[in-house]
Design a protein around this ligand. Structure first.
Ligand code: IMP
Ligand code: MG
Length: 183
């Protein structure tokens, strides 16, 4: 049994549950099994994209039942705005050497696709053996650049979402469910 707390004190009235914690966990189990099947015996390195991807990475790896490594990269394209500026900067570079490695980049959400495109170009330059992308959420109607995402948790509509690692002006990352903010 999981031990849980009541988070209602930090959930504003205009937040509506879009994807419950139970739905997230059961989808992670499926994704974890698929990833384990693709990478069995290959000791992949999963690269969490900070900050939004940290909870997803932490939960996902516990459903990937093979040996693996982790690293993190931090990029920024948003500042505190809700719309992409299109400018991607590396705020914390990789620590690991990914040359010749099986690399799985773990994103919280793909919106315009600019971050994934930037990461694809950046990581390809190190000549990994395999380069795969997994994202918890994808907003297909917002994606303006051509990106290849290998594993998608949930496709969602074009609405701003919060919780489970995703922030609203840096807070609310600690909410267990994913919420949509109603105006
Ligand atoms: P992209 O480069 O436009 O695809 O943006 C990806 C990044 O924008 C994600 O990794 C998030 O950090 C952020 N982002 C996009 N949509 C949302 C959202 O609905 N809620 C919170 N963060 C978001
Ligand atoms: Mg992000």
């Amino acid at each position: 049994m999981m031990i849980q707390n009541d988070q209602s004190k930090i959930i504003p009235a205009n937040y509506k549950v879009l994807i419950s914690e139970e739905k997230i966990q059961s989808r992670l189990k499926e994704l974890g099994e698929q990833i384990a099947a693709e990478f069995d015996g290959e000791k992949p390195i999963l690269i969490g994209v900070l900050n939004g991807g940290f909870i997803f990475l932490a939960d996902l790896i516990r459903f990937i039942n093979i040996d693996l490594e982790i690293d993190f990269i931090r990029i920024s394209s948003y500042g505190n705005e809700r719309e992409s500026t299109g400018h991607v900067k590396v705020l914390k570079p990789l620590s690991a050497d990914i040359t010749g490695r099986n690399v799985i980049v773990v994103e919280d959400i793909v919106d315009s696709g600019l971050s994934v495109k930037f990461l694809t170009n950046m990581m390809s330059a190190f000549s990994p053996k395999k380069l795969r992308f997994v994202t918890l959420l994808h907003k297909p109607t917002k994606t303006v650049v051509d990106v290849k995402i290998d594993y998608v948790g949930f496709e969602i509509e074009d609405k701003f979402v919060v919780g489970y690692g995703l922030d609203d002006e840096q807070i609310k990352r600690n909410l267990r469910n994913i919420y949509v903010i109603e105006e």
